[in-house]
Design a protein around this ligand. Structure first.
Ligand code: ADP
Ligand code: MG
Length: 248
């Protein structure tokens, strides 16, 4: 590749099908450094698949995906680890290890993959729990926590590696409105205080609009519109307008 990619993440003409289910059909999307881009789309339209391709968890059929200057669709499985370390992911169901304490959940990857000492790791766990307003919960088990608390622990775990990029898969789905507001505020705080670049995928309009610097609307495997919230609200794409208007 020649020239520097000024985008933090870029999808170029990405296609992905599962047998005859055409999911991504020429996805083009660029995420700027430091921004929070919200990808809005109906359930089943391919948002999670898009994030999994970015993480190298599933292969694209064709097209390219870049993280800064590295084309992840091209590199060997072995080299993906270095890229994944730059990326933190908040999975839809939080995906905590139920048999580990809160503290052990956050420490897990650091114990496995870093050379940090026990006391350094303990300090990181403490700092990240405090970031999500859950100080002192190290000894609790995931089953002791509410859905919102589990999300916050999962966020603390994702942040433990100090990723440059955060991916949020339906971060507020299934949460009550007050808890959803707390999670949205944390997504904002993560961006502001740590300068991370974020992609939030969601089918929840209000939640998406409350954290977005820019919004992209996806349908039938392509991005229909991308822009500021104002631009999206004003655009003349019929599908986008129906999506914004919500169910009748
Ligand atoms: N591993 C898989 N194997 C087969 N089909 C899949 C797989 N993952 C996702 N799909 C299908 O791809 C489509 C998009 O799924 P997904 O990205 O999870 O949607 P969403 O936008 O709700 O996150 C769905 O039709 C889903 O059934
Ligand atoms: Mg999904």
């Amino acid at each position: 590749m020649t020239g520097k990619n000024l985008n933090m993440i870029e999808f170029k003409d990405v296609y992905k099908s599962f047998e005859d289910n055409k999911v991504l059909q020429g996805l083009n999307l660029a995420i700027h450094p430091g921004e929070t881009l919200v990808v809005l789309g109906r359930s089943g339209c391919g948002k999670s698949v898009m994030l999994k391709i970015l993480l190298g968890l599933i292969p694209a059929d064709s097209g390219q995906v870049f993280v800064e200057d590295t084309e992840i669709t091209e590199i060997a499985e072995g080299s993906l680890f270095a890229i994944r370390q730059k990326i933190g992911m908040l999975f839809q169901g939080s995906a905590l290890f139920d048999s580990l304490t809160v503290g052990e959940n956050i420490a897990f990857a650091l114990r496995e993959h870093s050379k940090k000492s026990d006391s350094e790791i303990k300090e990181i766990v403490k700092k990240n729990l405090s970031f999500v307003d859950l100080e002192g919960t190290e000894q609790l088990m995931p089953s002791d926590l509410s859905g919102g608390m589990r999300k916050r622990v999962a966020l603390a775990r994702a942040m433990a590696y100090q990723p440059q990029i955060m991916l949020y898969d339906e971060p507020t789905t299934g949460l009550d409105p007050i808890t959803a507001t707390t999670i949205n505020a944390l997504i904002r705080k993560t961006q502001k205080e740590l300068g991370v670049t974020s992609i939030v995928v969601t089918h929840e309009l209000d939640s998406g609009f409350s954290v977005a610097d820019r919004v992209a609307v996806i349908n039938e495997g392509v991005i229909l519109e991308i822009g500021s919230i104002e631009q999206i609200k004003k655009c003349d794409n019929e599908f986008v307008q129906r999506f914004i208007a919500g169910p009748k």
